[in-house]
Design a protein around this ligand. Sequence first.
Ligand code: EPZ
Length: 415
Amino acid sequence: MSEIVIQKSPALCGNIICQGSKNAALPILAATILTEGKNTIKNLPRLTDTENMFEILAALGGVLNINVNTAEIDFTNCNSHFASYELMSKFRGSFFLASPLLSRMKRARISMPGGCPIGNRPIDLHLKGFAAMGAEIEKGHGYVDLYCEKLKGAKIYLDFPSVGATENLIMAAVLAEGETIIENAAAEPEITDLANFLIKQGAKIHGAGSDTIKIYGVKQLEPVTYSIISDRIEAGTFMSAFAITGGKGKIENVNPVHLKPVTAKLTEMGADIDVHRNYISIDASRHLFSANIKTLPFPGFPTDMQAQFSALLCETDGTGIIVETVFENRFLHIGELNRMGANIRIDGRSSFIEGNKRLSGAKVSAMDLRGGASLVLAGLCAEGETRISGVHHIKRGYENLCGKLRSVGANIFLE
Ligand code: EPZ
């Protein structure tokens, strides 16, 4: 099994170009099922998750032509309302197929997305919305079966601003009969990107990026060429890498508005950050001091940056407190960081992180995507060698983490 091997690295210095957003790519790729024709999607990251999605779309009848970070996807024909369990169970993003298949095929069979290390990942809010729009729902044998001759607009209140439920319900509503209103909707940039893709195809969507989204069903969507937004979490991970090594550099091809909570927190911790139209520069050469963080739905501090900051706060002055409010089990990286000499105590959804630790390299295991990223960050500043197993978790969300970090001076290799 491959491992990431890291030696203590100097202050990182240089420029890094950010990849396309994994969490924008997955729903947009699924949404291509809604169009009888060829869409061209640009700035796609090449990740395990996106490769899995390509495989599922092809299995459903899509004709795909993938060229580096661009995918031409022709869904003139959609041959099936379900993909195999083997394909669907590989990642949570497959549940984004529920609404496009239900809308196009009048039925969908989706494997229940397994839980994952960060929580049990329920789908009750997705199903509540589908039922409100007239779908019949059956669960059994590890599958959810959805049926509906024609989805009808409905007013849906989400008990929690779920990103996936918001995205699934937008995709269900764009070709439904009448008006759909999603209240307490999630406002993440990836939702706005999905809406912009659908609007370019002719959908009528208002309020994406706010907590109330109104969609007026149309008869059909037209295929388009669309470039997805950059990955704010990859960008935030690199900002954290410059910060934890006391380095300075530029992250290019980003929308600084999407990174406001991360930029604000690093500034509060003493980093000098300049934001420009499509890049952010960071100078963390002054020693940073700790901070307290509470993860929240956008525009709050992103839960997907919690693990990375858990590592960063081991190196800053003072004790930091991180409260994880979004997922119930997103501290799996803490045990591994403590094996590297960190002193982090967990109490329920709060972690108490002692700073100024001299981390030491160790053999550690990545147990989820962002937890793996936090171990990479810790390895950059730990004395000696760090070997990280579970690399497949990291490959789900980072197109070339080791290569990009090496380009700015990190001693890191994939073995
Ligand atoms: C998306 O997951 C992202 N994944 C996650 O990124 C991200 O952490 C999460 O949104 C929150 O921002 C993709 O976009 C592919 P949620 P999703 O539905 O849609 C509860 C990464 O590292 N909930 O907003 O699954 C749920 O249990 C990944 O890139 C329900 O209770 O997240 C959780 O506590 C990790 N019922 C909370 O909402 C539901 O029906 C947030 O989940 C759905 C969700």
